[in-house]
Ligand binder design. Structure first.
Ligand code: GRF
Length: 191
């Protein structure tokens, strides 16, 4: 059976994309076929180059007012989309073209600490300020709203009073790297 092709969308450094690429490097079922970024200087594009993975840099106007990206995804034979630190809202045409085939990872236990503007250190600062005893990751299907799609996986980690937001970020990133590739593998296997 031919491999399923996934596209990874990322806006930043791409540590999750790197873990995903490493995890699927010898996969017989999944191929990381494309990296998409909205930032021409994103670290994830360097990762794509080093691994010889095709990459696309998208512009806001084209992304929201044309279906060029959809044509590109279809040309690349993309079966599933993984958002790994992609900061733009996904437009309806893309959600309709990939129903229950776009997942996102959020660095907190949704529905708390989610929504517009809740990304990166903003999340961990809010969790710390609220005195939460724990935090974690949430992997969910993507719909038209930030961080509101059906949850497919979550994992928790304790927060101690000594933890600052950077410590929390490190604990959360460990969970992301440990779980995101496997969860994507399971979801793609079920397509
Ligand atoms: C991660 O914290 C992820 O949960 C969030 O964006 C961040 C991406 O980090 N969606 P990286 O670029 O993969 O290191």
């Amino acid at each position: 059976m031919s491999k399923k092709n996934i596209a990874i969308f990322a806006s930043g450094g791409g540590s999750n994309a790197q873990k995903m690429i490493d995890y699927f490097a010898n996969s017989t079922t999944v191929n990381v076929a494309l990296i998409v970024s909205n930032k021409a200087d994103a670290g994830v594009l360097g990762i794509a180059e080093r691994h010889g993975i095709p990459a696309l840099v998208i512009q806001r106007n084209g992304f929201y007012h044309s279906e060029q990206l959809l044509d590109d995804l279809r040309a690349a034979g993309i079966d599933f989309i993984v958002l790994a630190g992609f900061l733009w809202l996904i437009p309806p045409y893309l959600i309709q073209a990939f129903p229950q085939k776009i997942v996102n990872i959020h660095p907190a236990l949704l529905p708390k600490y989610g929504g517009k503007g809740m990304y990166g250190m903003h999340v961990h600062e809010a969790v710390k300020a609220a005195g939460e005893p724990e935090t974690g990751i949430t992997i969910h299907y993507v719909n038209e709203h930030y961080d509101e799609g059906d949850i497919v996986f979550s994992a928790k980690t304790a927060i101690t009073p000594a933890d600052n937001p950077a410590d929390i970020a490190r604990k959360v990133q460990q969970l992301e790297h440990a779980h995101f590739p496997q969860v994507v593998d399971q979801l793609v296997a079920a397509l």
